[in-house]
Design a protein around this ligand. Structure first.
Ligand SMILES: [Zn+2]
Length: 95
């Protein structure tokens, strides 16, 4: 789960926060630069390169970010349900 993706869900094209280490945020950041920022194409290219480099430093896969950034839909991490195993164990009382 990524809270930044969750918060961006309502308006992904206007949300300017991108969580570090989140693949979907990294892809959305590239999309944001390409779609929502007004600047010269060469500047955009440079910004995208920088964003991609920063994501790679954090260990995110370049190929996957590039692939996701090309998709039509804004990239948001799906709000998956918390797996049961990660829920805190409930204390048992004398049963
Ligand atoms: Zn995210």
């Amino acid at each position: 789960m990524c809270t930044t993706c969750n918060e961006a869900r309502a308006n992904p094209g206007g949300y300017r926060l991108f969580a570090e280490g989140c693949l979907h945020c990294a892809a959305r950041r590239i999309q944001y630069i390409q779609r929502s920022m007004v600047m010269a194409p060469s500047d955009k290219q440079q910004r995208c390169r920088t964003a991609l480099a920063q994501a790679m430093v954090l260990g995110l896969p370049e190929k996957e970010i590039r692939r996701m950034a090309k998709l039509a839909a804004w990239q948001l991490r799906p709000a998956e349900e918390m797996p049961a195993a990660s829920l805190p164990a409930r204390a048992r009382r004398g049963e």
